[in-house]
Design a protein around this ligand. Structure first.
Ligand SMILES: Nc1ncnc2c1ncn2[C@@H]1O[C@H](COP(=O)(O)OP(=O)(O)OP(=O)(O)O)[C@@H](O)[C@H]1O
Length: 316
């Protein structure tokens, strides 16, 4: 469980994150979305105790991250895959993490295999890795302590299509085993495919949050129904008192539960070819609408970045 309550980060006069609150429940993947500069990384860094909030607080499994003893055994974090030491090999990097977390070295070898870094790649220096290989190594580091929570900032960056598919499966299985995942990404289709819930942030503020069903349902909802005989279907719906509007090709949209529509058709002996919830324009359309709205309402306090004093940051 991750709980974020009123998290706020101010850099001088500029508000990077403005009173952000959300929860990530065990067994779910939460997609954290927003345009460039929206405040996603800053929020994630505050959750992980790397950036000090100006106001508000965040807890992971009920305690602030900084107070978790041996946090890598509980929370797997990947915030910046490029932050690996370039002079170490992949195997050395992961071996060191295993040592720090107190897990057997055999687990490092196991994780390298799991993330698709075979022995030959693992013997190479990280400085020579592609971005996708660094991401895989970062994911291995996040997973090596067998945590129950994953916090991943753009983990799919640089991954090839096979890698993206692999990542999706990994995260889904992790959540299905009861894990909690907070995942930021610009790959909307990928997030849509894996996440159960979304938190959309724009201009430092929450623009929307909720379950996939809630956020992606078309305004007004309704079901689309198509019958073998369109006229008979229309008659059946009318007989059941259900208002239907034609949707082309013998289909109708009905503002009623799918069960009521199915029963009306069955009662009239009408064969149905299609019966489904009407979905909206997908995550992409939702994202563009929400972020455009946020852009139309600029916050006068948001200004160009100023360097943060080093003392307020914990070293990565
Ligand atoms: N150390 C800092 N000093 C000053 N401003 C900062 C600092 N870090 C981030 N910001 C500002 O805070 C805002 C949010 O940045 P953040 O990196 O959290 O956005 P993001 O949603 O992760 O963006 P992206 O998708 O591009 O990674 C931006 O306006 C950014 O310029």
């Amino acid at each position: 469980m991750i709980e974020v309550e009123g998290l706020t980060k101010r850099y001088g006069e500029a508000l990077a994150v403005d009173a952000v609150s959300f929860r990530c429940e065990p067994g779910t993947v939460t997609g954290f979305l927003g345009p460039n500069g929206a405040g996603k990384s800053t929020t994630m860094r505050m959750i992980c105790g790397l950036t000090r909030p100006s106001a508000g607080h965040a807890t992971v499994r009920g305690v602030p991250y900084a107070r978790i003893a041996n946090p890598g055994r509980h929370v797997g974090v990947l915030l910046d895959a490029a932050a690996q030491h370039p002079g170490r090999t992949g195997k050395e990097t992961l071996g060191l993490t295993a040592h720090v977390l107190g897990v057997p070295q055999s687990r490092a070898t196991e994780m390298l295999e799991r993330v698709g870094l075979p022995p030959k790649a693992a013997r190479r220096r990280v400085g020579g890795y592609s971005l996708g290989m660094r991401q895989r190594l970062g994911i291995a580091q996040a997973l090596i302590g067998d945590p129950g929570v994953l916090i991943l900032d753009e983990p799919a960056n640089g991954l090839d299509p096979e890698g993206i598919y692999w990542m999706r499966t990994l995260l889904r299985e992790f959540a299905d085993r009861g894990g909690t995942v907070l995942l930021s990404s610009h790959l909307l289709r990928e997030v849509e495919a894996v996440a159960d819930r979304f938190v959309v942030i724009a201009g430092g503020r929450i623009a929307a949050q909720g379950s996939k069903e809630e956020l992606l349902a078309a305004p007004g909802g309704g079901v689309l129904v198509r019958g073998l005989d369109a006229a008979a279907l229309q008659g059946a719906l009318a007989a059941a008192g259900l208002a239907a509007r034609p949707e082309g090709e013998g289909a109708f949209v009905v503002d009623a539960p799918a069960e009521a529509v199915g029963r009306a058709a069955a009662a009239a002996g009408v064969v149905l070819l299609e019966l489904r919830q009407v979905s909206g324009g997908g995550l992409e359309e939702l994202f563009l609408t929400l972020t455009a709205e946020a852009a139309r309402a600029p916050d006068p306090l948001r200004a160009p970045p100023v360097p943060e004093p080093a003392s307020t940051e914990v070293a990565r």
